[in-house]
Ligand binder design. Structure first.
Ligand code: ACO
Length: 334
């Protein structure tokens, strides 16, 4: 079965609740209808109930009545969530007055629902920028124990079986941390290996990418990747990790054999770790646009509960897919 289909089928068995803070966004509400109809997740839509009703009528949506609709302007748990926000952010100077205002912001409200156990995960970003989706998530839900860095992975479905795992490649960070230190890069590698296992269902072979392979170039940028490789190996001794290496050495067996002989990863990497966000974000968009490769994500990793960010150019099916992935992540955390 195709990977995305497997992810959806697994989601249907989980009975998780996903909150969609952009409940009055046209693609989001259509996706919510499909998600409920297919039984992928239970849905909480945040938005003005009258607007949601009008959109449901406009698109002839049959399943939206089964969603829980939460009006950000007047919801029952406003006080409770505001108190929680003050509790979580008082060291940053959060006052009750500020908190009462923030709980009417759908993006804050959604993360407070997750923190309170009222939802298992969140998908947003069809109309909000990445930073605005991530900030409340990072402030309120925070990271998994032992991880301090949230990062964003993509599943590249290349249709080229000679690369990665029968054409599937998981890569990161493409979405979050602009300029990771060696320690942070090591954490990104370990988190991405976990995503490869949990979502892509593959045994990771992780290549730490650079413009140098095994000392072929000398530069402080290369030194950072060498150090990150060592640290990642120490953090996850059960995962195959190697570097530093160039992308061709990572992916092409003949190049890997000549540039990194004896490497357990070179020539057969299925997880690629980019040295910075610039490289990761630009690379995935280039292969997506020029090579026509399907890029699913970003799948945010390292967060204490799954919260995923859409591209503002997303389609209805992108939203459905990302909700299914979010359900799988939530199930993996139990
Ligand atoms: N992992 C974990 N925690 C983090 C991370 C991270 N990567 N980044 C920030 N935080 C925490 C901070 O420690 C801070 O916590 P605190 O308030 O409890 O002390 C909180 O999050 C807020 O951090 P700030 O640095 O104040 O927030 P800021 O808004 O500056 O940055 C953000 C965070 C939004 C993630 C920023 O790094 C960013 O905008 N990154 C780029 C996102 C982006 O635009 N990506 C490209 C588009 S995505 C795409 O094309 C698929």
């Amino acid at each position: 079965m195709e990977l995305l289909q497997q992810i959806k089928e697994n989601a249907k068995k989980q009975c998780k609740t996903i909150v969609l803070p952009e409940g009055t966004e046209e693609r989001t509400i259509q996706a919510a209808d499909q998600i409920i109809g297919e039984g992928i997740a239970q849905i909480i839509l945040i938005g003005n109930p009258a607007e949601i009703k009008a959109l449901a009528e406009k698109y002839g949506l049959k399943h939206i009545e089964k969603a829980t609709i939460v009006d950000p302007a007047s919801h029952a748990k406003k006080e409770q969530y505001a108190d929680l926000l003050v509790e979580l952010r008082k060291s940053k100077g959060m006052t009750k007055e500020q908190a009462l205002k923030l709980v009417t912001d759908p993006l804050y409200l959604a993360t407070l629902m997750i923190k309170s156990g009222d939802a298992d995960g969140e998908v947003a970003g069809a109309k909000n920028a990445t930073g605005d989706v991530l900030r409340p998530a990072l402030q309120i839900v925070k990271t998994l124990p032992g991880i301090s860095v949230v990062s964003g992975a993509f599943l590249l479905l290349t249709n080229k079986p000679e690369y990665g795992e029968n054409g599937l490649i998981v890569c990161a960070d493409c979405a979050v941390l602009p300029n990771p230190t060696a320690e942070e890069l090591a954490q990104i590698a370990v988190s991405t290996a976990a995503t490869a296992r949990a979502i892509a269902k593959i045994e990771p072979r992780v290549a730490m990418l650079s413009f140098s392979t095994k000392g072929s170039a000398k530069n402080e940028l290369v030194d950072k990747v060498v150090k990150a490789t060592e640290l990642a190996k120490q953090m996850a001794p059960d995962v195959m990790i190697d570097g530093e290496m160039q992308a061709d050495a990572a992916l092409v067996p003949s190049v890997g054999a000549s540039k990194a002989p004896g490497s357990p990863v070179a020539g057969k990497a299925n997880v690629l770790i980019f040295p910075s966000l610039e490289v990761g974000n630009i690379s995935y968009k280039l292969v997506q646009r020029i090579a026509g490769i399907e890029a699913v994500g970003p799948v945010l990793q390292g967060m204490a509960a799954p919260i995923n960010d859409l591209s503002r150019g997303c389609s209805v099916s992108d939203i459905v897919n990302l909700v299914a992935i979010t359900v799988n992540q939530a199930a993996g955390l139990n």
